[in-house]
Design a binder for this molecule. Sequence first.
Ligand code: G6Q
Length: 540
Amino acid sequence: MRSRAWQALGQHAASPPRLREVFAQEPGRGARLAAEAAGLYLDFSKQRVSDETLSLLFDLAEEAELADQIRAMFAGEKVNRSEDRAALHVALRAPEEASLIVEGEDVVPAVHEVRRSMAAFCEAVRGGEWRGHGGERIRHVVNLGIGGSDLGPRMAVRALQPYTSDAPALHFVSNIDGADLAGTLRGLRPGETLFVVCSKSFTTLETLTNARSARAWLLEALGDEAAVARHFVAVSSNRAAVRAFGIDDANVFGFWDWVGGRYSLASAVGLSLMLAIGPERFGELLSGLHAMDEHFREAPFSHNLPVLMALLGVWNRNFLGAEALAVLPYDQSLELFPSYLQQLDMESSGKSVSREGEALPHATGPIVFGRAGTDGQHAFYQLLHQGTGLVACDFLGFAHSHHELGRHHELLMANCFAQSEALAFGKRPEEVAAESGEARLVAHRSFAGDRPSNTLLAKQLTPYSLGALVALYEHKVFAQGVLWGLNPFDQWGVELGKELAASLASELAGGVGAEPFHDSSTRTLVARYQALRASDPSPR
Ligand code: G6Q
Protein backbone atom coordinates (compact mmCIF):
# COMPACT_ATOMS: atom_id res chain seq x y z
CA MET A 1 0.00 0.00 0.00
CA ARG A 2 1.59 3.29 -1.06
CA SER A 3 1.51 6.24 1.29
CA ARG A 4 -0.79 9.17 0.67
CA ALA A 5 2.09 11.52 -0.28
CA TRP A 6 3.52 8.87 -2.59
CA GLN A 7 0.16 8.53 -4.36
CA ALA A 8 -0.24 12.29 -4.68
CA LEU A 9 3.22 12.54 -6.22
CA GLY A 10 2.34 9.72 -8.61
CA GLN A 11 -0.69 11.62 -9.86
CA HIS A 12 1.24 14.87 -10.07
CA ALA A 13 3.99 13.14 -12.09
CA ALA A 14 1.55 12.43 -14.92
CA SER A 15 2.43 15.85 -16.32
CA PRO A 16 5.68 17.08 -14.83
CA PRO A 17 6.66 20.71 -15.44
CA ARG A 18 8.39 21.43 -18.77
CA LEU A 19 11.58 23.36 -18.16
CA ARG A 20 11.23 25.74 -21.11
CA GLU A 21 7.77 26.68 -19.90
CA VAL A 22 8.54 27.19 -16.24
CA PHE A 23 11.63 29.24 -17.02
CA ALA A 24 9.63 31.38 -19.45
CA GLN A 25 6.86 31.90 -16.90
CA GLU A 26 9.16 32.92 -14.08
CA PRO A 27 12.22 34.99 -15.02
CA GLY A 28 13.62 34.71 -11.50
CA ARG A 29 13.39 30.89 -11.29
CA GLY A 30 17.14 30.37 -11.64
CA ALA A 31 17.88 32.52 -8.60
CA ARG A 32 14.89 31.39 -6.56
CA LEU A 33 15.24 27.62 -6.76
CA ALA A 34 18.61 27.61 -5.05
CA ALA A 35 19.98 27.11 -1.56
CA GLU A 36 23.34 27.64 0.07
CA ALA A 37 25.25 26.22 3.01
CA ALA A 38 28.85 25.84 4.19
CA GLY A 39 30.10 27.64 1.08
CA LEU A 40 28.22 25.38 -1.36
CA TYR A 41 25.60 26.91 -3.64
CA LEU A 42 22.99 24.49 -4.99
CA ASP A 43 21.02 25.48 -8.08
CA PHE A 44 18.12 23.05 -8.48
CA SER A 45 16.08 25.22 -10.84
CA LYS A 46 16.88 22.85 -13.73
CA GLN A 47 14.98 20.04 -11.99
CA ARG A 48 11.52 19.30 -13.34
CA VAL A 49 9.76 20.64 -10.27
CA SER A 50 7.16 23.30 -9.55
CA ASP A 51 6.23 24.72 -6.17
CA GLU A 52 3.51 22.11 -6.04
CA THR A 53 6.03 19.32 -6.68
CA LEU A 54 8.20 20.64 -3.87
CA SER A 55 5.30 20.91 -1.51
CA LEU A 56 4.28 17.30 -2.25
CA LEU A 57 7.88 16.21 -1.71
CA PHE A 58 7.93 17.98 1.67
CA ASP A 59 4.73 16.05 2.52
CA LEU A 60 6.62 12.88 1.66
CA ALA A 61 9.43 13.89 4.02
CA GLU A 62 6.90 14.47 6.75
CA GLU A 63 5.16 11.18 6.15
CA ALA A 64 8.53 9.36 6.28
CA GLU A 65 9.23 11.16 9.59
CA LEU A 66 12.49 12.43 8.20
CA ALA A 67 12.90 15.12 10.88
CA ASP A 68 12.58 12.50 13.57
CA GLN A 69 15.07 10.19 11.87
CA ILE A 70 17.61 13.02 11.57
CA ARG A 71 17.19 13.74 15.27
CA ALA A 72 17.59 10.01 16.05
CA MET A 73 20.83 9.77 14.06
CA PHE A 74 22.36 12.79 15.82
CA ALA A 75 21.15 11.44 19.18
CA GLY A 76 23.21 8.28 18.67
CA GLU A 77 20.16 6.01 18.50
CA LYS A 78 20.61 2.65 16.81
CA VAL A 79 19.44 3.77 13.39
CA ASN A 80 21.40 0.90 11.81
CA ARG A 81 18.85 -1.60 13.00
CA SER A 82 19.94 -4.75 11.17
CA GLU A 83 23.39 -4.43 12.75
CA ASP A 84 21.98 -3.02 16.00
CA ARG A 85 24.26 0.03 15.96
CA ALA A 86 24.27 3.80 15.95
CA ALA A 87 25.59 5.59 12.84
CA LEU A 88 27.28 8.51 14.50
CA HIS A 89 29.89 9.64 11.99
CA VAL A 90 28.82 13.22 12.84
CA ALA A 91 30.58 12.72 16.21
CA LEU A 92 33.88 12.40 14.33
CA ARG A 93 33.75 16.04 13.31
CA ALA A 94 32.13 17.50 16.43
CA PRO A 95 34.18 20.18 18.21
CA GLU A 96 35.84 19.28 21.48
CA GLU A 97 33.25 21.11 23.60
CA ALA A 98 30.34 19.19 22.01
CA SER A 99 28.92 16.05 23.49
CA LEU A 100 27.31 13.13 21.66
CA ILE A 101 26.12 10.15 23.59
CA VAL A 102 26.25 6.51 22.48
CA GLU A 103 24.84 4.01 24.96
CA GLY A 104 25.14 6.47 27.81
CA GLU A 105 28.71 7.50 27.03
CA ASP A 106 29.94 10.78 25.56
CA VAL A 107 32.08 9.70 22.60
CA VAL A 108 33.53 13.13 21.74
CA PRO A 109 36.51 13.00 24.20
CA ALA A 110 37.66 9.64 22.76
CA VAL A 111 37.35 11.00 19.20
CA HIS A 112 39.62 13.92 20.08
CA GLU A 113 42.09 11.72 21.90
CA VAL A 114 42.57 9.55 18.79
CA ARG A 115 42.81 12.72 16.68
CA ARG A 116 45.63 14.04 18.92
CA SER A 117 47.61 10.82 18.61
CA MET A 118 47.07 10.84 14.82
CA ALA A 119 48.30 14.44 14.69
CA ALA A 120 51.41 13.68 16.78
CA PHE A 121 52.24 10.72 14.55
CA CYS A 122 51.66 12.68 11.32
CA GLU A 123 53.80 15.59 12.53
CA ALA A 124 56.58 13.15 13.39
CA VAL A 125 56.49 11.47 9.97
CA ARG A 126 56.12 14.73 8.04
CA GLY A 127 58.79 16.44 10.15
CA GLY A 128 61.27 13.58 9.73
CA GLU A 129 61.47 12.59 13.43
CA TRP A 130 59.76 9.27 12.71
CA ARG A 131 62.30 7.38 10.68
CA GLY A 132 62.56 3.99 9.08
CA HIS A 133 64.36 1.08 10.73
CA GLY A 134 67.65 2.03 9.10
CA GLY A 135 67.29 5.72 10.05
CA GLU A 136 65.99 6.89 6.70
CA ARG A 137 63.33 9.52 6.35
CA ILE A 138 59.86 8.26 5.29
CA ARG A 139 59.28 9.40 1.73
CA HIS A 140 56.48 7.05 0.68
CA VAL A 141 53.31 6.02 2.48
CA VAL A 142 51.22 3.13 1.17
CA ASN A 143 47.64 2.82 2.43
CA LEU A 144 46.52 -0.81 2.33
CA GLY A 145 42.71 -0.93 2.59
CA ILE A 146 39.63 -1.47 0.46
CA GLY A 147 36.09 -0.11 0.15
CA GLY A 148 35.39 2.34 2.95
CA SER A 149 39.01 2.00 4.12
CA ASP A 150 40.33 3.14 0.76
CA LEU A 151 37.92 5.14 -1.40
CA GLY A 152 37.47 8.12 0.95
CA PRO A 153 41.12 8.86 1.76
CA ARG A 154 42.19 8.01 -1.80
CA MET A 155 39.65 10.46 -3.24
CA ALA A 156 40.51 13.17 -0.70
CA VAL A 157 44.30 12.87 -1.12
CA ARG A 158 43.82 13.30 -4.87
CA ALA A 159 41.37 16.18 -4.40
CA LEU A 160 43.64 18.06 -2.00
CA GLN A 161 46.89 17.45 -3.84
CA PRO A 162 47.66 21.24 -3.91
CA TYR A 163 47.87 21.08 -0.10
CA THR A 164 50.43 18.26 0.05
CA SER A 165 53.77 20.03 -0.24
CA ASP A 166 56.32 18.75 2.31
CA ALA A 167 54.41 15.48 2.56
CA PRO A 168 55.67 12.01 1.73
CA ALA A 169 54.19 10.64 -1.51
CA LEU A 170 50.92 8.80 -0.88
CA HIS A 171 50.00 5.52 -2.61
CA PHE A 172 46.85 3.42 -2.30
CA VAL A 173 46.66 -0.32 -2.84
CA SER A 174 43.27 -1.99 -2.57
CA ASN A 175 42.85 -4.79 -5.09
CA ILE A 176 43.76 -8.38 -4.25
CA ASP A 177 45.22 -8.60 -7.76
CA GLY A 178 48.97 -8.77 -7.12
CA ALA A 179 49.43 -6.31 -9.97
CA ASP A 180 48.15 -3.55 -7.71
CA LEU A 181 50.68 -4.08 -4.92
CA ALA A 182 53.54 -5.10 -7.20
CA GLY A 183 52.96 -2.11 -9.48
CA THR A 184 52.99 0.26 -6.52
CA LEU A 185 56.03 -1.19 -4.80
CA ARG A 186 58.06 -1.15 -7.98
CA GLY A 187 60.32 1.85 -7.62
CA LEU A 188 59.79 2.25 -3.85
CA ARG A 189 62.65 1.69 -1.42
CA PRO A 190 61.68 -0.38 1.65
CA GLY A 191 63.83 1.69 4.02
CA GLU A 192 61.84 4.86 3.33
CA THR A 193 58.36 3.32 2.98
CA LEU A 194 55.63 3.31 5.62
CA PHE A 195 52.55 1.07 5.33
CA VAL A 196 49.22 2.08 6.86
CA VAL A 197 47.13 -1.08 7.15
CA CYS A 198 43.64 0.34 7.22
CA SER A 199 40.90 -2.10 8.13
CA LYS A 200 38.13 -1.66 10.64
CA SER A 201 37.64 -5.42 11.05
CA PHE A 202 41.23 -6.42 10.30
CA THR A 203 39.83 -9.56 8.71
CA THR A 204 39.33 -8.31 5.14
CA LEU A 205 40.88 -10.77 2.69
CA GLU A 206 42.24 -8.19 0.24
CA THR A 207 43.81 -5.95 2.86
CA LEU A 208 45.39 -8.71 4.90
CA THR A 209 46.72 -10.48 1.80
CA ASN A 210 48.31 -7.22 0.63
CA ALA A 211 49.62 -6.47 4.13
CA ARG A 212 51.31 -9.89 4.40
CA SER A 213 52.96 -9.50 1.00
CA ALA A 214 54.05 -5.96 1.87
CA ARG A 215 55.59 -7.22 5.10
CA ALA A 216 57.43 -9.96 3.22
CA TRP A 217 58.73 -7.36 0.73
CA LEU A 218 59.96 -5.20 3.59
CA LEU A 219 61.57 -8.02 5.55
CA GLU A 220 63.26 -9.43 2.50
CA ALA A 221 65.08 -6.13 2.11
CA LEU A 222 65.63 -5.16 5.74
CA GLY A 223 66.06 -8.67 7.14
CA ASP A 224 64.96 -7.85 10.69
CA GLU A 225 61.52 -8.48 12.26
CA ALA A 226 62.04 -5.39 14.41
CA ALA A 227 61.70 -3.27 11.24
CA VAL A 228 57.95 -3.94 11.16
CA ALA A 229 57.43 -1.57 14.11
CA ARG A 230 58.93 1.37 12.18
CA HIS A 231 57.31 0.60 8.83
CA PHE A 232 53.80 -0.62 9.70
CA VAL A 233 51.00 1.16 11.51
CA ALA A 234 47.36 0.14 11.60
CA VAL A 235 43.97 1.80 11.60
CA SER A 236 41.47 -0.62 13.09
CA SER A 237 38.89 -1.33 15.72
CA ASN A 238 40.18 -4.89 16.16
CA ARG A 239 43.30 -4.52 18.29
CA ALA A 240 43.69 -8.25 18.94
CA ALA A 241 43.91 -9.02 15.22
CA VAL A 242 46.37 -6.15 14.68
CA ARG A 243 48.58 -7.54 17.46
CA ALA A 244 48.42 -11.01 15.94
CA PHE A 245 49.65 -9.53 12.66
CA GLY A 246 52.67 -8.16 14.51
CA ILE A 247 51.93 -4.46 14.69
CA ASP A 248 52.75 -2.82 17.98
CA ASP A 249 49.80 -1.60 20.11
CA ALA A 250 51.41 1.83 20.23
CA ASN A 251 51.07 2.07 16.46
CA VAL A 252 47.32 1.43 16.22
CA PHE A 253 44.81 4.19 15.64
CA GLY A 254 41.37 3.06 16.72
CA PHE A 255 37.79 3.75 15.86
CA TRP A 256 34.41 2.43 16.84
CA ASP A 257 31.63 0.18 15.60
CA TRP A 258 29.30 3.18 15.25
CA VAL A 259 31.45 4.40 12.34
CA GLY A 260 30.43 2.67 9.11
CA GLY A 261 33.20 2.01 6.56
CA ARG A 262 31.89 4.33 3.85
CA TYR A 263 31.16 7.05 6.42
CA SER A 264 34.60 6.85 8.03
CA LEU A 265 36.77 9.47 6.28
CA ALA A 266 36.85 11.71 9.38
CA SER A 267 37.90 8.83 11.66
CA ALA A 268 41.40 7.35 11.90
CA VAL A 269 40.69 5.99 8.39
CA GLY A 270 41.71 9.52 7.35
CA LEU A 271 45.27 8.89 8.67
CA SER A 272 46.81 8.72 5.21
CA LEU A 273 44.98 11.93 4.29
CA MET A 274 46.33 13.60 7.42
CA LEU A 275 49.82 12.41 6.51
CA ALA A 276 49.33 14.06 3.12
CA ILE A 277 47.86 17.42 4.14
CA GLY A 278 48.88 17.73 7.80
CA PRO A 279 46.73 17.98 10.94
CA GLU A 280 45.81 21.64 10.44
CA ARG A 281 44.34 21.16 6.98
CA PHE A 282 42.67 17.98 8.19
CA GLY A 283 41.05 20.16 10.86
CA GLU A 284 39.71 22.44 8.11
CA LEU A 285 38.18 19.42 6.38
CA LEU A 286 36.48 18.52 9.67
CA SER A 287 35.15 22.09 10.00
CA GLY A 288 33.57 21.81 6.55
CA LEU A 289 32.02 18.47 7.45
CA HIS A 290 30.75 19.85 10.74
CA ALA A 291 29.28 22.98 9.14
CA MET A 292 27.25 20.79 6.78
CA ASP A 293 26.25 18.51 9.70
CA GLU A 294 24.87 21.51 11.58
CA HIS A 295 23.08 22.79 8.49
CA PHE A 296 21.50 19.36 7.94
CA ARG A 297 20.42 19.18 11.55
CA GLU A 298 18.99 22.69 11.81
CA ALA A 299 17.96 24.22 8.47
CA PRO A 300 14.31 24.10 7.47
CA PHE A 301 13.74 21.50 4.77
CA SER A 302 12.96 24.18 2.17
CA HIS A 303 16.60 25.40 2.44
CA ASN A 304 18.29 22.20 3.53
CA LEU A 305 20.76 21.07 0.85
CA PRO A 306 20.97 17.36 1.73
CA VAL A 307 17.20 17.14 2.21
CA LEU A 308 16.47 18.96 -1.04
CA MET A 309 18.89 16.74 -2.96
CA ALA A 310 17.37 13.62 -1.39
CA LEU A 311 13.82 14.69 -2.28
CA LEU A 312 14.85 15.56 -5.83
CA GLY A 313 16.65 12.22 -6.07
CA VAL A 314 13.45 10.38 -5.14
CA TRP A 315 11.41 12.53 -7.53
CA ASN A 316 13.77 11.74 -10.41
CA ARG A 317 14.13 8.06 -9.58
CA ASN A 318 10.59 7.06 -8.66
CA PHE A 319 8.38 9.54 -10.47
CA LEU A 320 10.32 10.59 -13.57
CA GLY A 321 11.93 7.17 -14.05
CA ALA A 322 15.64 8.09 -13.91
CA GLU A 323 17.59 4.87 -13.47
CA ALA A 324 20.96 6.48 -13.06
CA LEU A 325 22.66 9.47 -11.50
CA ALA A 326 25.70 10.93 -13.24
CA VAL A 327 28.12 12.79 -10.97
CA LEU A 328 30.07 15.24 -13.07
CA PRO A 329 32.82 17.22 -11.31
CA TYR A 330 34.29 19.97 -13.46
CA ASP A 331 37.54 19.75 -11.56
CA GLN A 332 40.24 17.23 -12.38
CA SER A 333 41.19 16.98 -8.71
CA LEU A 334 37.77 15.45 -8.06
CA GLU A 335 38.32 12.71 -10.63
CA LEU A 336 37.92 10.05 -7.93
CA PHE A 337 34.79 11.63 -6.46
CA PRO A 338 32.39 9.63 -8.69
CA SER A 339 33.85 6.30 -7.58
CA TYR A 340 33.83 7.42 -3.94
CA LEU A 341 30.19 8.41 -4.30
CA GLN A 342 29.39 5.22 -6.13
CA GLN A 343 30.17 3.28 -2.98
CA LEU A 344 28.53 5.76 -0.63
CA ASP A 345 25.30 5.80 -2.60
CA MET A 346 25.04 2.34 -4.17
CA GLU A 347 26.14 0.38 -1.10
CA SER A 348 23.75 2.43 1.03
CA SER A 349 20.72 2.54 -1.27
CA GLY A 350 20.96 -0.63 -3.35
CA LYS A 351 18.40 -2.49 -1.22
CA SER A 352 15.10 -4.26 -1.92
CA VAL A 353 13.77 -4.57 1.61
CA SER A 354 12.66 -2.08 4.22
CA ARG A 355 14.28 -1.45 7.60
CA GLU A 356 11.88 -4.10 8.92
CA GLY A 357 12.89 -6.58 6.22
CA GLU A 358 9.73 -6.33 4.10
CA ALA A 359 9.82 -6.10 0.31
CA LEU A 360 9.77 -2.46 -0.79
CA PRO A 361 7.03 -1.51 -3.25
CA HIS A 362 9.15 1.07 -5.10
CA ALA A 363 12.50 1.43 -6.83
CA THR A 364 15.46 2.44 -4.67
CA GLY A 365 19.04 3.49 -5.39
CA PRO A 366 19.97 4.56 -8.90
CA ILE A 367 23.13 3.47 -10.68
CA VAL A 368 25.73 6.11 -9.86
CA PHE A 369 28.56 6.82 -12.25
CA GLY A 370 30.51 9.77 -13.53
CA ARG A 371 33.74 11.24 -14.68
CA ALA A 372 35.50 14.55 -14.42
CA GLY A 373 34.43 17.08 -17.04
CA THR A 374 35.20 17.56 -19.90
CA ASP A 375 36.43 13.99 -20.51
CA GLY A 376 32.96 12.56 -19.93
CA GLN A 377 31.57 14.81 -22.65
CA HIS A 378 33.63 12.90 -25.21
CA ALA A 379 32.58 9.54 -23.80
CA PHE A 380 29.06 9.07 -22.43
CA TYR A 381 27.26 12.44 -22.62
CA GLN A 382 25.74 11.41 -25.96
CA LEU A 383 23.48 9.07 -24.00
CA LEU A 384 22.71 11.76 -21.42
CA HIS A 385 21.49 14.08 -24.18
CA GLN A 386 19.79 11.74 -26.64
CA GLY A 387 19.56 8.27 -25.07
CA THR A 388 16.20 6.58 -24.56
CA GLY A 389 16.55 6.40 -20.77
CA LEU A 390 16.69 9.25 -18.30
CA VAL A 391 19.85 10.01 -16.34
CA ALA A 392 19.74 12.69 -13.65
CA CYS A 393 22.94 14.72 -13.33
CA ASP A 394 24.84 16.51 -10.58
CA PHE A 395 27.30 19.08 -11.95
CA LEU A 396 30.05 20.32 -9.61
CA GLY A 397 32.22 23.34 -10.28
CA PHE A 398 34.46 25.93 -8.64
CA ALA A 399 35.12 29.61 -9.33
CA HIS A 400 38.86 29.38 -8.69
CA SER A 401 41.27 26.78 -9.94
CA HIS A 402 44.47 25.76 -8.18
CA HIS A 403 46.04 25.68 -11.62
CA GLU A 404 45.25 28.97 -13.34
CA LEU A 405 46.62 28.47 -16.80
CA GLY A 406 45.62 30.75 -19.65
CA ARG A 407 41.92 30.37 -20.42
CA HIS A 408 41.68 26.76 -19.22
CA HIS A 409 39.43 27.47 -16.28
CA GLU A 410 36.87 29.63 -18.04
CA LEU A 411 36.66 27.14 -20.88
CA LEU A 412 36.15 24.35 -18.37
CA MET A 413 33.35 26.17 -16.56
CA ALA A 414 31.75 27.32 -19.81
CA ASN A 415 31.43 23.63 -20.66
CA CYS A 416 29.96 22.85 -17.25
CA PHE A 417 27.22 25.48 -17.58
CA ALA A 418 26.63 24.66 -21.26
CA GLN A 419 25.94 21.02 -20.55
CA SER A 420 23.22 21.62 -17.96
CA GLU A 421 21.65 24.24 -20.23
CA ALA A 422 21.63 21.85 -23.18
CA LEU A 423 20.19 19.02 -21.10
CA ALA A 424 17.43 21.20 -19.69
CA PHE A 425 16.29 23.11 -22.74
CA GLY A 426 17.40 20.97 -25.66
CA LYS A 427 16.92 22.06 -29.23
CA ARG A 428 13.63 21.69 -31.04
CA PRO A 429 13.36 20.22 -34.55
CA GLU A 430 12.08 23.56 -35.88
CA GLU A 431 15.12 25.33 -34.44
CA VAL A 432 17.43 22.80 -36.05
CA ALA A 433 15.57 23.11 -39.35
CA ALA A 434 15.79 26.90 -39.28
CA GLU A 435 19.57 26.68 -38.84
CA SER A 436 20.37 24.11 -41.48
CA GLY A 437 18.78 23.12 -44.74
CA GLU A 438 19.56 19.43 -44.33
CA ALA A 439 16.16 17.93 -43.59
CA ARG A 440 17.54 14.37 -43.21
CA LEU A 441 19.60 15.45 -40.20
CA VAL A 442 16.91 17.30 -38.29
CA ALA A 443 15.90 14.33 -36.14
CA HIS A 444 19.55 13.47 -35.43
CA ARG A 445 20.39 17.00 -34.39
CA SER A 446 17.35 17.65 -32.18
CA PHE A 447 17.48 17.49 -28.39
CA ALA A 448 14.33 16.80 -26.39
CA GLY A 449 15.55 18.67 -23.32
CA ASP A 450 13.81 18.33 -19.93
CA ARG A 451 16.72 16.30 -18.60
CA PRO A 452 17.11 17.28 -14.95
CA SER A 453 20.25 18.38 -13.19
CA ASN A 454 21.60 20.01 -10.05
CA THR A 455 24.58 22.32 -10.16
CA LEU A 456 26.78 22.72 -7.09
CA LEU A 457 29.07 25.72 -7.21
CA ALA A 458 31.71 26.77 -4.68
CA LYS A 459 34.52 29.27 -4.51
CA GLN A 460 37.41 26.81 -4.58
CA LEU A 461 38.18 23.20 -3.81
CA THR A 462 39.73 23.43 -0.34
CA PRO A 463 39.80 21.06 2.63
CA TYR A 464 36.78 22.95 4.01
CA SER A 465 34.69 22.80 0.84
CA LEU A 466 35.61 19.15 0.28
CA GLY A 467 34.44 18.40 3.82
CA ALA A 468 31.15 20.19 3.16
CA LEU A 469 30.71 18.26 -0.10
CA VAL A 470 31.34 14.89 1.53
CA ALA A 471 28.88 15.58 4.37
CA LEU A 472 26.33 16.88 1.87
CA TYR A 473 26.30 13.57 0.01
CA GLU A 474 26.49 11.48 3.19
CA HIS A 475 23.37 13.17 4.52
CA LYS A 476 21.62 13.15 1.16
CA VAL A 477 22.12 9.38 0.99
CA PHE A 478 20.85 8.98 4.55
CA ALA A 479 17.78 11.18 3.94
CA GLN A 480 17.03 9.35 0.70
CA GLY A 481 17.23 6.04 2.56
CA VAL A 482 14.69 7.32 5.08
CA LEU A 483 12.34 8.39 2.26
CA TRP A 484 12.66 4.93 0.70
CA GLY A 485 12.23 3.24 4.09
CA LEU A 486 15.51 1.31 3.92
CA ASN A 487 18.61 1.05 6.11
CA PRO A 488 21.43 3.00 4.41
CA PHE A 489 24.02 1.81 6.92
CA ASP A 490 24.22 -1.93 6.28
CA GLN A 491 25.50 -3.87 3.22
CA TRP A 492 24.37 -7.49 3.47
CA GLY A 493 24.48 -7.79 -0.29
CA VAL A 494 28.27 -8.10 -0.31
CA GLU A 495 28.33 -11.26 1.81
CA LEU A 496 27.29 -14.08 -0.52
CA GLY A 497 30.06 -13.44 -3.04
CA LYS A 498 32.64 -13.36 -0.21
CA GLU A 499 31.44 -16.74 1.11
CA LEU A 500 31.54 -18.39 -2.30
CA ALA A 501 34.97 -16.90 -3.04
CA ALA A 502 36.35 -18.37 0.20
CA SER A 503 35.04 -21.79 -0.79
CA LEU A 504 36.33 -21.52 -4.36
CA ALA A 505 39.74 -20.31 -3.16
CA SER A 506 40.19 -23.48 -1.19
CA GLU A 507 39.07 -25.57 -4.18
CA LEU A 508 41.47 -23.77 -6.53
CA ALA A 509 44.25 -24.56 -4.05
CA GLY A 510 43.36 -28.25 -4.37
CA GLY A 511 41.36 -28.49 -1.14
CA VAL A 512 37.69 -29.15 -0.56
CA GLY A 513 35.42 -26.12 -0.53
CA ALA A 514 32.26 -25.66 1.47
CA GLU A 515 30.28 -25.77 -1.79
CA PRO A 516 31.99 -28.65 -3.56
CA PHE A 517 29.34 -29.17 -6.20
CA HIS A 518 28.47 -25.69 -7.45
CA ASP A 519 26.55 -25.34 -10.71
CA SER A 520 27.65 -26.67 -14.10
CA SER A 521 28.79 -23.24 -15.30
CA THR A 522 31.01 -22.58 -12.28
CA ARG A 523 32.35 -26.17 -12.35
CA THR A 524 33.22 -25.93 -16.03
CA LEU A 525 34.92 -22.56 -15.57
CA VAL A 526 36.99 -23.91 -12.68
CA ALA A 527 38.02 -26.96 -14.69
CA ARG A 528 38.90 -24.84 -17.72
CA TYR A 529 40.87 -22.44 -15.52
CA GLN A 530 42.81 -25.29 -13.92
CA ALA A 531 43.64 -26.79 -17.30
CA LEU A 532 44.89 -23.43 -18.59
CA ARG A 533 46.79 -22.91 -15.39
CA ALA A 534 48.57 -26.25 -15.85
CA SER A 535 49.86 -25.13 -19.25
CA ASP A 536 52.75 -22.70 -19.68
CA PRO A 537 51.89 -19.00 -19.65
CA SER A 538 52.16 -17.10 -22.93
CA PRO A 539 55.63 -15.76 -23.64
CA ARG A 540 55.93 -12.01 -23.06
C1 G6Q B 1 31.63 0.13 3.78
C2 G6Q B 1 31.78 -1.31 3.83
C3 G6Q B 1 33.03 -1.84 3.20
C4 G6Q B 1 34.25 -1.84 4.10
C5 G6Q B 1 35.32 -2.70 3.46
C6 G6Q B 1 36.59 -2.72 4.26
O1 G6Q B 1 30.74 0.74 4.29
O2 G6Q B 1 31.60 -1.73 5.12
O3 G6Q B 1 33.36 -1.19 2.00
O4 G6Q B 1 34.70 -0.55 4.33
O5 G6Q B 1 34.83 -4.00 3.29
O6 G6Q B 1 36.35 -3.24 5.52
P1 G6Q B 1 37.45 -3.20 6.63
O7 G6Q B 1 37.73 -1.75 6.95
O8 G6Q B 1 36.88 -3.92 7.81
O9 G6Q B 1 38.67 -3.86 6.07
